[in-house]
Design a protein around this ligand. Structure first.
Ligand code: FAD
Length: 460
């Protein structure tokens, strides 16, 4: 432990420059606080640099390759030969660079002092920041921990950046579309990457340990995505776990203990993320973590004394919009106002093909909570818009209680990501199926299916 050094004063010290961190820093600065933000890598965090944004650039480009061949305005013209990946990576860097510059500009204009380095606590009111051989100490009035998360590594499949890749290497580390790719993990990150690489021409196998894709969502959503993947030639192995490398590929143990090898020249492991809380000196600051390593916080996001925590380091879905919503609450706290993070729901979207959006309780979750459920599902085959697009696979389902209050909405289909906010608003405002059914939805749009599902619920 390093103690007793001369420390620079920091009114608010934000550790981590991802979506949670930079939003909290901006809100605190707007409230008149003097903010120092420490970032060890790149402003924008996982989301902007190696997560939400570049993965969606890849997915959008893969959609175009899939639908119409190369599109030069998306950077595909920059590719060598016919492999589109390097051109897509150029565009990822362009898009990410522009957004990161935007964040830097906002922080500059707000007067936030941005410090490059790795921070850790040395006392309940002090942190040190290490950059190369330089160590700077800060004494803070309040600190916000927003250090995010990193990919979980599987024993027997350590990331090597060449054959066994995490999501960052899958986005930036390949110089061509691999011939055979195995994705270990059927959650949203694995399925988004697997779908995109399949569209770019890789022979993809998905290996998922549970008996369902997107295991944390309504099983019907995973089934729709699984069928669509299989239709495009992707092999989906459920109830199968990756146990190590073999000469030809990946050793997999299937249901009933049967073992086999899946041929692979690239293996992407996307089996979850762990919070970056282990080297922060949290014990020296009196901050407690749960068994999962996540920081324990109250509704105002206080972790201990002067320290608050938000984003992937705390419990709840590891999603960028959850981190920024928590940052708004922290902004209120740092402004001396009362605030609590207590949303009725945090929507989740998956940019597979078809897309998936899920909001609020599933039927099973509602029943487990003892709620009598009224569930209505309309297939997208009935949607004019879905037919026009030639993408009528999927459904919209509304889950309501006996009185018609909407508890959840679960959707698979084209552009349903854009309907997640309407569904979240309905759940947040405790709207009823009447409210949704009587709201006139424009024609011809996929959103009509949301009203149709509510109308079906009204009919009972
Ligand atoms: P992060 O964005 O992880 O930022 C934390 C920052 O802290 C990092 O920049 C890190 O370098 C820095 N840091 C860590 N330790 C220290 C230290 N000791 N000192 C100084 N700095 C430190 N979410 C969505 O909502 N939608 C999506 O479509 C989506 N797609 C994703 C796709 C992929 C491939 C991945 C990996 C993630 C995706 N996510 C998505 C999740 C999203 O990226 C995270 O939930 C979000 O970035 C969390 O924000 P955060 O501010 O908590 O942490």
């Amino acid at each position: 432990m390093v103690v007793g050094e001369v420390a620079e004063p920091a009114d608010v010290l934000v550790i981590g420059g991802g979506p949670g961190g930079y939003t909290a820093a901006l809100r605190a600065a707007e409230a008149g606080r003097r903010v120092t933000l420490v970032e060890r890598d790149a402003l924008g965090g996982v989301c902007l640099n190696v997560g939400c944004i570049p993965s969606k650039v890849l997915i959008h480009a893969a959609d175009l390759v899939d639908e119409a061949g190369a599109a030069s305005d998306l950077g595909l013209a920059r590719t060598a030969g016919s492999d589109p990946l390097q051109g897509i990576q150029c565009r990822m860097r362009d898009v990410v660079g522009g957004l990161v510059d935007g964040v830097r500009g906002l922080l500059d204009r707000a007067g936030v002092i941005v410090v490059a380095g790795t921070a850790s606590f040395t006392r309940p009111n002090r942190a040190m920041v290490v950059r190369g051989d330089t160590v700077t100490h800060y004494e803070f009035e309040q600190a916000v921990v927003v250090t995010g998360s990193r990919p979980v590594e599987l024993p027997g499949l350590p990331f090597d950046g060449e054959r066994i890749l995490d999501s960052t290497d899958a986005l930036y580390g390949l110089d061509h579309v691999p011939g055979r790719m195995v994705v270990v993990g059927g959650g949203y990150i694995g399925l988004e990457l697997g779908t995109a690489f399949a569209k770019l021409g890789a022979a993809v196998t998905i290996v998922e340990m549970t008996d369902s894709l997107l295991p944390e969502m309504d099983p019907a959503l995973g089934r729709v995505v699984g069928r669509a993947l299989q239709d495009r030639g992707v092999e989906v192995l459920l109830g199968a776990s990756a146990s190590g490398l073999t000469e030809g590929g990946l050793a997999v143990t299937g249901p009933g203990g049967a073992t086999g090898t899946v041929a692979a020249d690239t293996i992407v492991v996307a089996v979850g993320r762990r919070p970056n809380t282990d080297s922060l000196g949290l014990d020296l600051a009196g901050v407690a973590t749960g068994d999962d390593g996540r920081i324990v916080v109250d509704p105002a996001r206080h972790a201990a004394g002067r320290i608050l925590a938000i984003g992937d380091v705390t419990t709840g879905p590891a999603l960028a919009h959850k981190a920024t919503a928590e940052a708004e609450v922290v902004g209120m706290t740092l402004a001396g106002k009362a605030g609590a993070f207590d949303p009725a729901t945090i929507a989740a979207v998956v940019f597979t093909d078809p897309e998936v959006a899920t909001v609020g309780l599933t039927t099973a979750q509602a029943k487990n909570a003892g709620i009598e459920v009224n569930r209505h599902r309309v297939p997208l085959g009935a949607s004019g818009r879905a037919r026009i697009l030639g993408r009528a696979t999927g459904f919209v389902e509304v889950v309501a209680d006996r009185d018609g209050t909407i508890l959840g909405v679960h959707m698979a289909g084209p552009t349903v990501s854009e309907l997640a906010a309407e569904a979240a608003l309905a759940v947040e405002m405790a709207a009823t199926v009447d409210d949704l059914a009587l709201t006139v939805h424009p024609h011809p749009t996929i959103s009509e299916s949301l009203a149709d599902a509510a109308r079906a619920a009204l009919r009972g």
